[in-house]
Design a protein around this ligand. Structure first.
Ligand code: CU
Length: 250
């Protein structure tokens, strides 16, 4: 992609440096050109997106049958695939604006995000954090092996044999990370890694607010682990709230 950019300007020598074997080596080493990177600007006239995510129908469940460490992990249970609150509101949906090029600065968390192995569940089950890092925690007196994937590629893979372990791991690439445990096959969690600040995780009633959005037209994505993503167009006017309702279904 940097080659396209070079075509419009004059950077023949840079193109030459990045050509052929060099570029292949960089790409295979995980390098991706910083094209389309998010730009931080002042947003004096931002509007807000307020909305509610709902689910059509009754909440499906999945059967969990722990086959290991029953004193910590508990017995068989039915876990909801969609956590529903009042009026079909969906808790723990991730809502975000797709492909935003500029806006307010990405927040710097006062401390890194954490995902905790607790009683053989990931707590929180769903979270969102800016690119940066996450601390993997084990509060159980048994071994967990926390394994994060993005598009089937490993993001982190960390054994935590002891209670009280806290291991920081980088989260450099934006996108949805599926978190599993290599010891307890039923454990499942999700971390949305954001490269722009316009995201939210829905509360118990399915509501969310995304503030300080530069006026313009966007694609809003609502994602839930069972239904997958749904995209809706949204237009934000200066200093105005816009209300959005999103109904998810499988
Ligand atoms: Cu585990």
């Amino acid at each position: 992609m940097s080659v396209d950019r070079c075509r419009r300007t004059s950077c023949t020598s840079r193109r030459a440096r990045l050509s052929g074997a060099w570029l292949a080596a960089l790409v295979s080493a995980g390098y991706s050109p910083p094209v389309g990177a998010y730009e931080s600007v002042a947003v004096p006239d931002g509007g807000s997106i307020r909305g509610k995510v709902t689910f059509a129908g009754s909440a499906p469940t999945r059967k969990i049958i722990p086959d290991k460490d029953p004193t910590v992990c508990g017995g068989p249970r039915d876990d909801p695939e969609v956590v529903l609150g009042p009026e079909q509101g969906v808790q723990d949906a991730v809502v975000y604006l797709k492909g935003v090029e500029k806006g307010k600065a990405l927040p710097k968390p006062s401390k890194p995000a954490e995902i905790t192995n607790h009683e053989c569940r990931f707590v929180p089950h769903v979270q969102a954090t800016p690119v940066g890092s996450i601390v993997i925690v084990n509060t159980d007196p048994i071994m967990h092996n926390t394994h994060g994937y993005m598009d089937r590629a490993t993001v982190f893979n960390q054994a935590l044999p002891l209670k009280g372990m806290r291991i920081p791991k980088p989260l450099n690439k934006p996108g949805m990370v599926q978190v599993k445990c290599d010891v307890h096959g039923w454990m499942l969690g999700w971390v949305y890694v954001a490269d722009n600040p316009y995201y939210a995780v829905t509360g118990k009633d399915g509501s969310f607010t995304i503030p300080d959005v530069p006026p313009g037209s966007y694609t809003l994505v609502a994602w839930q682990e069972y239904t997958g993503p749904k995209e809706v167009p949204v237009t934000v006017a200066a200093k105005q709230p816009v209300q959005v309702s999103i109904e998810l279904k499988k």
